[in-house]
Structure formats: C-alpha cells, structure tokens
Design a protein around this ligand. Structure first.
Ligand SMILES: N[C@@H](CCC(=O)N[C@@H](CSS)C(=O)NCC(=O)O)C(=O)O
Length: 232
C-alpha cells in the first residue's frame, strides 16, 4: 500500500483558491496543483519542511482570477517543470492532453479533459481523488461566460469524465466560496444544484448567473498565458 503525501492549501489572500501538494511517499517526488503567486513562499516552505523533491507545477487551466505561481516557482527552483493543457493556449514546459499521465515517483496524475469553464480545462485523477479545477466545485461549477466557456460542453464534460468515477472518489476543487473543502462524486451527482439537473436546465441556470468579472482578470490572463511571472 502506497503512503501518498497529500496537503490541501487555501489562498486566504483573496482568490479562495485551493492548491494541492502531492508526493508519492514521505520524502519522495512531488507535484503542486494550481499554485497561486502570492502563496509561493508558503508552498515551497512546506515542500522543504517535508523534504520533498518538487517535479512539476500542474495547472488545471489558464486561470482568470489570480496569477499562477508556476513561473515564480520555476525561477526559485529551476529544475521544476510547468504543466498545462495543450488546449489552454498557454505556454508551459509540458503540454498534456486527455489520457496522458503526469508521473511523480511511483504515483501519477491521470489527465482527463473537462472543457466548458474554459476550452483547456483538465481534471487530474490520482488514486481515489480527482482534482477538478473549476469544472466541478462543491455544490457548484465554474462559470461559462468567458475564455471559450460553454455550458453545454461543461455539462457533458462533468457527466462523462467526473460523474463516471466511483461514487466514493473525493472531489477536490480549485476554489470554494462557501467554506467547503471537498466532496465526493456520489454527493455531487445527487446534490449539486446545477449539475444534478437536466442539460437544458443547466444551460438555463448558467445563462443567468449574473456574476461580475473577476477583479484581477486583466492582470491574470496575460500572465497565465505565459504560465505566470517569467522575469525578475
Ligand atoms: N469574485 C472573484 C471571482 C469569482 C468567480 O467568478 N469565480 C469563478 C472561478 S475563478 S474564474 C467561477 O467560475 N465561479 C462560479 C460561481 O458560481 O461562483 C474575483 O473577483 O476574483
């Protein structure tokens, strides 16, 4: 039985983003999923405290609400490689697509394409966990009104790629705005107020969210298209 290392970290500075640290074993090879630039020192201190070897910074998508920590982490730890979907249109060291694996030591993330919030959204499955980015949030989902978003596509993605996982798979989202930390596939299939509905109802709901644009969108998008801050 593998003793995977797992930590869930939260950006209290404003974006309400969850960053995940995973390693194949204590002191082993590690990945960081969705790091936030303001929290890079916190994340790297934890990597050092746990004696881990950080291999990849992995992005679920090109975020619009915060700047990814990928570029800054690469500057501080030059051996680390950034990962994002080929379909995101963003630069990175490694471009992945549906069916690929991101390997770290004896463990790996299985890449599942879950477009709809953006065209290049990915979810990553690791053992009994799925890191859903903004495709599926706890009792919610990512908005579909910019970055090539499509409610129809998001509905199909979640139903085909996430809701087909075992019901006890633990759902770890990229954001939470209501105090949740995780959920399960079974719970979300039953209780998600948007995605448990029919596709037509879902499309109607998503067309009427009326959310303001993220405050940092104009700063975040251009930087995230180059995988974060690249220069001094
Ligand atoms: N107020 C925040 C942005 C909130 C927001 O729009 N969140 C996105 C994910 S980040 S692009 C979203 O999809 N929300 C779905 C929902 O139902 O809330 C800010 O200004 O940064």
């Amino acid at each position: 039985m593998r003793s995977l290392v797992f930590r869930q970290l939260f950006d209290t500075a404003g974006s309400s983003t969850y960053t995940y640290l995973l390693a194949d074993r204590p002191g082993g090879d590690a990945v960081l999923v969705d790091p936030v630039v303001e929290q890079v020192d916190r994340d790297l201190k934890l990597v050092e405290d746990l004696g881990l070897k950080l291999k990849y910074v992995v992005n679920t998508h090109c975020h619009a609400d915060h700047v990814t920590g990928s570029g800054l982490i690469k500057r501080k730890l030059p051996g680390v490689r950034s990962v994002i979907a080929k379909d995101s249109g963003a630069k990175a060291d490694v471009h992945v697509a549906h069916g690929d694996r991101v390997e770290f030591g004896d463990a790996f993330l299985e890449v599942r394409a879950t477009p709809g919030h953006t065209e290049g959204c990915l979810s990553y499955v690791c053992d009994n966990m799925v890191f859903t980015g903004d495709a599926l949030l706890v009792r919610g989902c990512g908005r579909t009104d910019f970055q090539g978003g499509s409610a129809e596509t998001l509905y199909d993605s979640v139903h085909a790629q996430i809701f087909t996982l075992p019901d006890d798979t633990v759902v770890y989202p990229a954001h939470d705005y209501k105090g949740h930390r995780s959920s399960t596939v079974g719970e979300e299939k039953r209780l998600n107020p948007r995605l448990s509905k029919s596709k037509a109802e879902f499309v109607e709901i998503m067309g009427n969210l009326g959310l303001p644009y993220p405050k940092k969108i104009d700063e975040a998008l251009p930087l995230n298209l180059v995988c974060g801050i690249q220069e001094e």
